[in-house]
Design a protein around this ligand. Structure first.
Ligand SMILES: Cc1ncc(COP(=O)(O)O)c(C=O)c1O
Length: 396
């Protein structure tokens, strides 16, 4: 059996999304900016896609949603755009982010630091989220932007976006949230959350890879990252990938319709998997079980190197992760776990299982059996676990 439990890395395209995309490769192939019928033929479905995107995040008609290449591009557009507009061309010089942001945020901030920008990396508490009060505490006169993720890719922890949005609004500071891991898993309402910008990628919610979105609240101006043609109202030059845009729109519609299923059935399967693993001694959910996206669990299994576990599971047809897919080829301890202050062994023993609406009960039962078998085998081989006090081992 093959069981894919790495949906925070990417998801399968929903077959219904693929059907929507197909005509835009060989049949309706015109450039949307051309005036003839071939170009104009793309417009109805592009407009429909935009409608799905607007309603999916509850954007106002006057807000903007810019189609980008992925969340990374959206995030770079916001952070570098603010850098140009508010830091280089105004008197601000400070950005606040959390220390558990995706590298799309942190690496961009490191680059800005190399250009003289001051960046505060807010620590997370034992629950894995930033304290709302710490945002307030670190705001400065010259703060140009606060960027805090909506949900964490490793732990699934949901951040208090509405409260942070309120603080930023009161302070008159722009607020961006990386909603890449929130869309399709929990409701995302940009108006309720008081955000100025959000970023997302279609492939995280059963849409195609290579297309993302950038929400810009009305009234906010942003220097674009890509200059060129007048596509996207000049906010992102380059001919838009029509098939992908149509796919992303439809994927958003389906994801929003499936939110209830996500909150009940996907969560039930995640909880079943998690409880079975937690019955093993010396296992812990990193950051605890409260306030998480319904599909994710990051579990530390003492004595079991995360990479070895992945290898064992891969042999049995199961795909999971030790952390963000972008980081999984190096064997550095998971940075999110380090941020929690976990001890170094725990930090190397985290395995992330992330489900989707396409996982079945049968798959989860199979995965549970395989995981328990792998833990037994690897703990028997583990010198550090073998020498741990007897009380730690109780039977395994
Ligand atoms: C929270 C978060 N932000 C941003 C990204 C980057 O997404 P993409 O690689 O599609 O640009 C990811 C991908 O894992 C993510 O999980």
């Amino acid at each position: 059996m093959e069981v894919y439990l790495d949906n925070n890395a990417t998801t399968a395209v929903d077959p219904a999304v693929y059907e929507q995309m197909k005509p835009f490769f060989c049949d309706i192939f015109g450039n949307p900016n051309s005036l003839h019928r071939f170009g104009a033929g793309t417009h109805p479905k592009m407009m429909e896609a935009l409608d799905y995107l607007y309603s999916g995040i509850n954007a106002d008609d006057e807000d903007d949603i810019v189609i980008t290449g992925n969340a990374t591009e959206s995030i770079n557009t916001v952070i570098k755009g603010i850098w140009i507009d508010k830091i280089l061309n105004a008197d601000k010089n400070h950005i606040i982010v959390s220390e558990v942001e995706h590298p799309a945020v942190t690496a961009t901030c490191k680059f800005l630091e190399s250009q003289g920008v001051s960046v505060t990396y807010l620590p997370v508490n034992e629950e894995g989220i930033v304290d709302v009060q710490s945002v307030k505490q670190y705001l400065r006169e010259d703060t140009a932007l606060v960027s805090i993720m909506w949900a964490n890719n490793e732990t699934g922890k949901i951040f208090p976006i509405e409260e942070i949005g309120q603080i930023c609004k009161e302070a008159g500071v722009l607020f961006h949230s990386d909603a890449t891991q929130a869309i399709g898993k929990i409701p995302v309402d940009v108006q309720k959350a008081n955000v100025d910008f959000i970023s997302f990628s279609a492939h995280k919610f059963h849409g195609p890879k290579g297309v993302g979105g950038l929400y810009i609240k009305k009234g906010n101006k942003l220097t674009p990252l890509l200059h060129g043609g007048e596509q996207m109202g000049g906010k992102r030059a380059g001919t838009v990938d029509v098939a992908s845009m149509v796919g992303m729109g439809f994927a958003m519609k389906l994801a929003v319709e499936a939110l209830e299923y996500e909150a009940t059935e996907v969560k039930r399967l995640r909880d079943k998997l998690e409880s079975a693993i937690l019955e093993l001694p010396e296992t812990v959910v990193i950051g605890g079980v409260n306030n998480r996206t319904p599909n994710t669990t990051l579990i530390s299994i003492r004595g079991v190197e995360g990479e070895s576990m992945l290898w064992d599971l891969n042999q049995k047809g199961i795909g999971a992760s030790t952390g963000s897919a972008c980081a999984s080829e190096d064997l550095e301890a998971n940075p999110v776990m380090n941020a929690f202050g976990s001890d170094s062994e725990l930090a190397h023993t985290g395995v992330r299982f992330s489900l989707s609406r396409f996982n079945t009960e049968e798959q989860i039962d199979y995965a549970i059996e395989a995981i328990i078998g792998a833990v037994k085998r690897l703990r028997n081989l583990s010198s550090s676990y073998a020498y741990a006090p007897e009380s730690h081992k109780s039977g395994l």
